[in-house]
Design a protein around this ligand. Structure first.
Ligand code: ATP
Ligand code: MG
Length: 106
C-alpha cells in the first residue's frame, strides 16, 4: 500500500548537455508498514552554473531527490547522471548515509 501521494517534479531543460540530468526518477522505501513512495517520476536538467531551487511541502521528497543526485541513495526507477555519468556508487553510500542523516536533519 502506498502511504503518501508523491507529486511529480518537473523542471524544464535548459542546456543541451546538462551538468545534472534526472530522468523519470522514482524512489520507494520499504518500511515496516509497506512500500512508501517518496519520489515519483522526477525529471530535471541543470546546466553548468545554473542555480535551481526545489520547493515543496514537507515530505514531498526533496531531500530524497538531493541524496539520489549526490549518489548517496539509489533510485528505485529512472536514472541520474552527473556530467553524463551515472552517479549512484554503492561504495560511496555504504556507511556514510547514517552519518549524513545524523549531521543533516531534513
Ligand atoms: N530512509 C527512509 N526510509 C523510509 N522512509 C523515508 C526515508 N527517507 C525518507 N523517507 C520518507 O520519504 C518521504 C520523503 O522524505 P524527504 O525527507 O525526502 O522529504 P522532504 O521533502 O525533504 O521533507 P522536509 O521538507 O520535511 O525536509 C517522507 O514520507 C519520509 O518519511
Ligand atoms: Mg528535507
Amino acid at each position: 500500500m502506498l502511504m503518501t501521494p508523491a507529486p511529480a517534479i518537473e523542471v524544464g531543460a535548459s542546456a543541451a548537455e546538462p551538468a545534472i540530468r534526472v530522468s523519470n526518477v522514482g524512489k520507494t522505501f520499504m518500511t515496516r508498514d509497506g512500500p512508501l513512495e517518496a519520489v515519483r517520476d522526477a525529471s530535471l536538467h541543470v546546466g553548468r552554473g545554473e542555480f535551481v531551487a526545489i520547493l515543496g511541502p514537507s515530505g514531498c521528497g526533496k531531500s530524497t531527490l538531493m541524496l539520489m543526485c549526490a549518489g548517496l541513495e539509489k533510485p528505485s526507477r529512472g536514472q541520474i547522471a552527473i556530467d553524463g555519468e551515472r552517479c549512484w556508487r554503492r561504495g560511496l553510500a555504504t556507511g556514510i548515509m547514517s552519518r549524513i542523516r545524523r549531521c543533516c536533519p531534513g
